[in-house]
Ligand binder design. Structure first.
Ligand SMILES: [Zn+2]
Ligand SMILES: [Zn+2]
Length: 367
């Protein structure tokens, strides 16, 4: 079929919205009609050419939500008409990592996905007879996409898809970091560095776990206001003395849990230093630049602080994303304030511009 899609033709250049070919789903694959898709930092990062593992041409986009239109041979997890959220982090349910409760890093299709192919090593996207690669196994800046069934989470059809799409990446990552990776205890003190989509999700997750005090640190007053709306009890502007100020606020000890959601390694260090002696856990969610390292004084670890990382919030997508969407429907998670702009696919580059200007949290493409 012929579809409209936003193609990254060349690094550092605007995406080109155009007609491309999408082939039918093969065994284990599903055709999804996209209804909405968030514009995320990772899309812009790849488009810029800074990402060393990036490739072009490709159809970008990975924060999609839509409806299953057709199922390939042998598909058993989904049926036509199901409402789904796309998962760049799949859950096959069978690999050694899927079988372990300790990680969400499914191994089954990783290799091909990283190269821009579906699990059988080919693509369903083409232009003028030449294959186009799939981005993050999702390619959701398009009217339709073909994806493996193990990379789609079936959600309650009552959930509006323009909100549900945020659970495909940033929001779920932040929520999961607090709910699952750190598993924040009730009554604890949390500090969240960064009030973008991931950080705000972590604030909401800490609130859902019953944290008593949630401090959010960011440079933008506007974002800190959003953090308050998600449950932050205190907010502060970041800076070199941020750790000092946090120690002051916490009787000199630091926080039970800290979360880093900026990708800046200097901030990561602050997040480690702001964690409490004895048991403070620092969860790193931000993605640092290539070659950058985290500088930590080992004594901080000897005296009981711990550091862990969190990819997609430690969530096993097919299992955990529908639960988060349910909690949203139950009124526990306030998604609307995150959607700052609604745009058409043709305006996808404007979505990048808004993000670059730090205007709002999320632009959502509506198809
Ligand atoms: Zn993303
Ligand atoms: Zn797996």
């Amino acid at each position: 079929m012929k579809i409209q899609a936003a193609v990254l033709e060349e690094f550092g250049k605007p995406l080109v919205v155009q007609e491309v070919e999408l082939a039918e789903p093969r065994a284990g694959e599903v055709l999804v009609r996209l209804v909405a898709c968030g514009v995320c930092h990772t899309d812009m990062y790849t488009a810029s050419g800074v990402d060393p593992s990036g490739y072009a041409p490709t159809v970008l986009g990975h924060e999609g939500a839509g409806v299953v239109e057709r199922c390939g041979e042998g598909v058993s997890l989904l049926a036509v008409g199901d409402h789904v959220v796309t998962l760049f982090s799949p859950q096959c349910g069978e690999c050694v990592h899927c079988l372990s409760p300790l990680t969400n890093l499914c191994m089954s299709i990783r290799e091909q996905q990283n190269l821009g192919y579906l699990p059988d090593g080919t693509t369903r996207l083409a232009r003028d007879g030449h294959p186009l690669r799939h981005f993050m196994g999702t390619s959701t800046f398009a009217q339709y996409t073909v994806m493996p069934e193990i990379a789609l989470a079936r959600i309650d059809p009552e959930a509006p898809l323009d909100r549900a799409c945020l659970f495909a990446c940033g929001l779920a990552t932040g929520l999961g970091a607090a709910l699952k990776t750190a598993s924040v205890r009730a009554g604890s003190t949390c500090v969240v560095f960064g009030a973008g989509m991931v950080g705000l999700g972590a604030v909401a997750g800490a609130r859902l776990r019953g944290a008593e005090r949630i401090v959010c640190v960011d440079l933008a007053t506007e974002r800190l206001e959003l953090a308050r709306g998600q449950g932050a009890t205190d907010v502060m502007h970041g800076g070199e003395d941020a750790v000092e100020r946090i120690l002051e606020m916490t009787g000199g000890f630091g926080a039970d849990y800290t979360f880093e959601a900026t990708g800046n390694v200097a901030v990561m260090r602050q997040a480690v230093e702001a964690a409490r002696m004895g048991w403070g856990l620092c969860t790193v969610c931000g993605v640092a630049g290539r070659g950058e390292t985290l500088d930590v004084v080992p004594r901080l670890l000897i005296t009981g602080r711990r550091i862990c990382g969190s990819s997609f919030g430690g969530l096993k997508g097919r299992e955990d994303v529908p639960v988060l969407v349910r909690r949203y429907l139950d009124g526990e998670i306030d998604v609307d304030p995150f959607i700052s702009h609604r745009i058409a696919l043709e305006d996808v580059n404007r979505g990048f511009e808004l993000m670059h200007a730090q205007d709002g949290i999320r632009s959502v493409i509506e198809f």
